[in-house]
Design a protein around this ligand. Structure first.
Ligand code: SIN
Length: 533
């Protein structure tokens, strides 16, 4: 057993920024299931939003967030996170993150370039070309690797939380550590801490089509759920309207920042169709745009729609969106002369582990920060580029909260934690079953629980998932744990939580749309909160 003052699970912006700050107060383990760089953060293109321009205000950013959130944002949380943005951005810059800037021709001063995305009334997106997340992740990771007080445990897969309740202690319920699979050594380690912070990101891989990397399998939500922690608003899965449609390249995002620079959604005949759905056209909030595209695809029978940015010059596109320009060119799509084929894909989990604005969950000793958490910032539909901001602001608040709630000098060794017991198990004999179940979950979620839902489809999904859950559970008890098996277990659990939450919401709101109840209903203007016990 190894003891730390803080255990951070996950290595995106929330986990790394927390670890860097926390290392000034005590020892930190950053537990991450693959290479630390493999995160949703690293894939973020558009940017991080923050009120910076003189003609913008916290009130306007708050209003745009509330509008996108369709009546379910917590206004106090929104205004807190929005107003704490500027110092958090300054801290990122101090850690070495470089945002695009140019010289103001009048004052001669360097000013940050501000982009625009759907649902934003003003330009307020800080970016680093179209690889903002990669820039943030690289710089934070370099700092973490150089910080003595931080153990970066790559290829360590958090299996479950260790709680006083699970251990049968009479003391009040709290989290006291985690079990993690050391993937390379194929053994389970026991990590003890009074402060565990889940920063595991989202669950896009629950769906067949997603903009998320392979690691986004809902681990944090599933881990928290199994420990009886409250989970909120899992029905609100945000679909990004523009994922590249190409048979060779899956999961490649075409940033919304392109629409911020005037790109138009058109059909195969070149007809811009978005104004028929919303007066804000291609820059309407994502739920509206994704549903409109879904409708157009179903109506025309075409496999995709197109994003047209050919009004911009080749030089401009190669400079402002180099990653997209080069990737498309390598696939024989010249975006300066050809529209880009796009489809919607699962992108962001608006719900998650229910927390307050400090990341505190319903279980003492457990915090959750970033996409894994549901603070009330996003409501029923996240405003573009608010998530990196939430990660870096709430991780700061979570550290203060940790230190106030459980001062490090108060730590004791009262809990000697038992080692993991494997029991009488063997190696998984038929990997094909794991891969088959994995595919089945992703396909059924796409077919029955995606952009447009119905009660009947949700019921079908629930029945199938129930069987799959039983099967996966049998695997879990009978075989040695592997990373694949752990991901499958988390994936099926998270899928079931999405379906269960969606079935409870008998209305349409934000990212949850059902043909059986196509309008918002005031009695449902509340969060869905579920827990296992
Ligand atoms: C994008 O670049 O379109 C993604 C931004 C976000 O999801 O916040």
């Amino acid at each position: 057993m190894k003891t730390y003052d803080f255990i951070v699970v996950g290595s995106g912006i929330s986990g790394l920024s927390f670890a860097l700050r926390a290392s000034q107060f005590g020892s930190v383990a950053v537990v991450t299931k693959r290479e630390a760089m493999m995160t949703n953060t690293a894939w973020a293109q558009g940017g991080i939003c923050c009120v910076k321009g003189e003609n913008d205000s916290f009130a306007e950013h708050t209003a745009d967030t509330l509008d996108a959130g369709a009546g379910l944002c917590d206004e106090k949380v929104v205004s807190t996170i929005v107003s704490e943005g500027p110092p958090a951005i300054d801290e990122l810059i101090e850690w070495g993150v470089k945002f695009d800037a140019s010289r103001d021709p009048e004052t001669g001063e360097m000013e940050l370039d501000l982009g625009r995305e759907g649902g934003h009334g003003k330009r307020r997106i800080l970016h680093s070309k179209d690889t903002t997340g990669r820039e943030i992740e690289t710089k934070l990771l370099a700092e973490v690797r150089e910080t003595e007080n931080i153990d970066l445990l790559e290829f360590h897969f958090a299996i479950d939380l260790i709680t006083t309740a699970k251990l049968g202690f009479a003391s009040p319920p709290r989290c006291v550590g985690i079990y993690a699979l050391d993937v390379k050594r194929e053994s389970v380690v026991t990590l003890r801490s009074d402060r565990v912070i889940l920063c595991t990101g989202g669950s896009g891989r629950v769906y067949l089509y997603t903009t998320n990397p392979e690691v986004a399998t809902g681990d944090g939500v599933a881990i928290a759920w199994r420990a009886g922690v409250e989970i909120s608003n899992m029905e609100f899965v945000q679909f990004h309207p523009t994922c590249l449609y190409h048979h060779e390249v899956k999961s490649f995002l075409i940033t919304e920042a392109m629409r911020g620079e005037g790109a138009e959604l058109i059909d195969r005949d070149g007809r811009p169709f978005m104004k028929e759905y919303d007066e804000r056209g291609s820059l309407a909030p994502r739920d509206i745009v994704a549903r409109a595209i879904d409708r157009e695809i179903k109506r025309t029978g075409e496999p995709c729609v197109f994003l047209d940015i050919t009004h911009k010059s080749r030089e401009y596109l190669a400079d402002r969106f180099p990653n997209i320009y080069e990737t498309c060119l390598s696939l024989d799509i010249d975006i300066s002369t050809q529209p880009i084929p796009v489809v919607p894909a699962a992108h962001y989990q608006c719900g998650g582990v229910k927390t307050d604005v400090n990341g505190a969950s319903s279980l003492p000793g457990l915090w959750a920060v970033g996409e894994v958490a549901c603070t009330g910032l996003h409501g029923a539909n996240r405003l573009a580029s608010n998530s990196l901001l939430e990660g870096v602001v709430v991780s700061n608040r979570a550290l203060d909260d940790c230190l106030n709630a459980l001062p490090i000098e108060g730590d004791s060794d009262e809990h000697d934690l038992p080692e993991w017991e494997s029991g009488d198990v063997t190696d998984v004999d038929e990997l094909v079953v794991i891969y088959h179940n994995w595919d089945e979950i992703r396909r059924l979620m796409w077919d029955y629980v995606s952009i447009v839902r119905t009660t009947k489809r949700l019921q079908r999904a629930a029945t199938r998932l129930h069987n799959l859950q039983r099967e996966v559970q049998e695997f879990y008890w009978n075989f040695h744990v592997t990373a694949d098996l752990l991901e499958l277990r988390n994936l099926v659990e998270t899928a079931a939580l999405i379906v269960d939450s969606a079935a409870r919401r008998k209305e349409s709101r934000g990212a949850h749309y059902t043909l059986d109840f196509p309008e918002p209903i005031s009695e449902f203007r509340k969060n869905t909160v579920i827990s296992r016990f």
